[in-house]
Design a protein around this ligand. Structure first.
Ligand SMILES: [Zn+2]
Ligand SMILES: [Zn+2]
Length: 545
């Protein structure tokens, strides 16, 4: 991937002015079936029930800019756009802000600006803060990124040069805390000392979480010709978590500006989670109350197969559960001439290794894609002696949450029945990994709408499910949300790249893209009230095939 010497083609995120006219929202809002706004002043949900369940859908929900325009019509009847939604001549908030990355002075909500013009004909409603429309948001994001993109890239490179393994991310945590605190925010470091949580915006609305993971991998950085190569032998940010962290930081700093200007209708919680690769950091965040009161959670993960400027989306499972299993078989042992006088342990072990995967596959819905694959089998030491013990080790991967929960018991009972047939003892150690990450349909649609708004209508692309694991699935067992794959591949690049490789790198223009997407998605979700919608969260087997 290109280094700093080769910035590559123009930042595709800057394509964002397509289809952003605020008036578009009024048009969408007029269509039959749009529900009235709720008493809290939030914009109506739009689109038919069930919209957003297709992985191929590109535009099923009214973009948030349009929703704002609808809200504007409620409070200020008129020809479509509320005062303050007009495209500003200059982005007041960005101008008022300190030029450092951490930001600084808050914009005066009463000042002239894209959303700062108050309706002086009536007192401000508590739950109807000034609104920021799509076009105005674009301009403000442009201004923010003009001022901060270089600093964000420098922040990513600093993390990249100093990668830290799970639960050892002390320097990383400190760097994030410094940036957030300098912006007037109050980050809270998790009890175990790495990872942090930081709230942005008022408490009296919905709460949306943006999650980043901050840990690196025990891999050697093999990149050549870049100045930001890892300085730590055997440790590298080879899964892009430095990029995730930088994007959530950037979105948080921008949203903090909006909050100071009174433009956030709720709270955005930034989750900087430790130890995703270990895994288990998600559980620490949850134990620290990280998702208490959170209505929805969103996360981006780098995808080197997708070109920068695109967002890979999928409803239903996007990553798999991945557990480890350790089987131990014991018997009396003996001479291979007399297997009938003992228990033929190698034969029994072979039966277990071949029978268990096929028996498991007949005990669960095939759509759950439960798969047991052995990685290590071992028994015996010589050709003419039946050993007295043997082992088999493997992984269980699964796309369905319910099947994942049932897997240990099913495997235990199948193991016992096969072992009993050959008169050997068998024990199972089943080590839980992560659950499947199952994307909720409405949350995916919010990603899709946000991408259409700030990247362009064709930015969202379907992404295949992966049998890789991702501990974001822990959050989505409790609250709705979605993980999306962020394109990080340089346009036109022909190289083969993958995660967890020593030469993994990104086109750094993806950072600005991620800031735009996360910001717009959080705002979309906040204006939707953060509430689970009517769309069914279904696994669309046909669409996934
Ligand atoms: Zn990884
Ligand atoms: Zn990762």
């Amino acid at each position: 991937m290109p280094g700093p010497e080769d910035p590559g083609p123009a930042d595709p995120a800057r394509r964002g002015d397509q289809g952003q006219a605020p008036g578009r929202g009024g048009r969408d809002g007029d269509r039959p079936g749009a529900r009235p706004a709720d008493p809290a002043g939030r914009p109506p949900d739009s689109g038919p029930a069930g919209a957003g369940t297709s992985n191929d859908q590109t535009n099923g929900r009214t973009p948030f800019g349009a929703a704002f325009a609808q809200g504007a019509q409620m409070t200020q009847p008129g020809p479509g756009v509320m005062p303050g939604l007009e495209a500003p001549t200059a982005p007041a908030v960005a101008q008022a802000e300190d030029q450092s990355m951490a930001g600084g002075g808050a914009a005066d909500p009463g000042a002239a600006g894209p959303a700062g013009v108050p309706d002086r004909s009536r007192p401000p409603a508590r739950n109807v803060p000034a609104m920021l429309g799509g076009a105005a948001l674009q301009l403000q994001l442009d201004a923010f990124l003009t001022d901060h993109e270089d600093a964000l890239i420098a922040f990513r490179r600093d993390l990249h040069m100093h990668p830290e393994l799970g639960y050892a991310e002390h320097r990383t945590t400190q760097r994030i805390v410094e940036r957030l605190a300098a912006a007037g925010l109050r980050p809270r470091v998790l009890p175990q000392g790495t990872g942090l949580i930081c709230d942005v915006g008022p408490e009296d609305g919905p709460t949306i979480a943006l999650r980043a993971d901050i840990d690196a991998l025990p891999l050697q950085d093999e990149k050549e010709g870049v100045p930001y190569r890892s300085t730590v032998p055997g440790v590298a940010h080879a899964c892009g978590h430095d990029v995730h962290t930088t994007m959530v930081l950037g979105a948080g700093l921008f949203l903090a500006q909006q909050a100071r200007a009174g433009l956030l209708p709720g709270r955005v919680r930034l989750l900087f989670q430790p130890a995703e690769e270990t895994p288990g950091g998600a559980l620490d965040v949850m134990a620290a109350g990280g998702i208490a009161g959170v209505d929805r959670a969103f996360a981006l993960h780098c995808d080197p197969r997708v070109e920068v400027g695109h967002l890979g989306l999928r409803t239903g499972p996007i990553t798999a559960a991945c557990d480890k299993v350790y089987v131990k078989v014991t018997g009396p042992g003996g001479h291979t001439a007399r297997p009938h006088l003992t228990a033929d342990l190698v034969y029994a072990l072979a039966k277990i290794v071949t029978e268990l995967p096929s028996a498991l596959s007949r005990r669960v819905d095939p759509r759950s894609s439960l798969s047991l694959v052995w990685g290590r089998v071992s028994a015996g030491s010589v050709a003419n002696a039946i050993p007295d013990d043997g082992i088999a080790e493997g992984t269980v991967r699964c796309l369905d949450d319910e099947a994942w929960h049932r897997a240990p018991e099913m495997m235990k009972s199948l193991l016992q029945s096969v072992a009993a047939a050959y008169d050997v003892e068998a024990s199972l150690e089943y080590v839980r990994g992560v659950p499947p990450t199952v994307n909720e349909a409405d949350s995916v649609q919010m990603f899709r709408d946000a991408a259409a708004q700030v990247l362009g209508e064709d930015a969202a692309v379907p992404t295949p499910q992966s049998l890789g694991g991702e501990d974001f699935g822990w959050y989505l067992e409790s609250i709705p949300g979605a993980l999306a794959r962020l394109g990080v591949r340089a346009p036109g690049s022909s190289g083969e790249y993958d995660l967890h490789r020593g030469d993994f790198d990104v086109d750094e223009s993806c950072i600005a893209v991620g800031v735009r997407v996360l910001t717009a998605t959080a705002l979309t979700a906040l204006w939707d009230g953060g509430r689970p919608g009517d769309a069914e969260t279904t696994v669309e087997g046909a669409a996934l095939a």
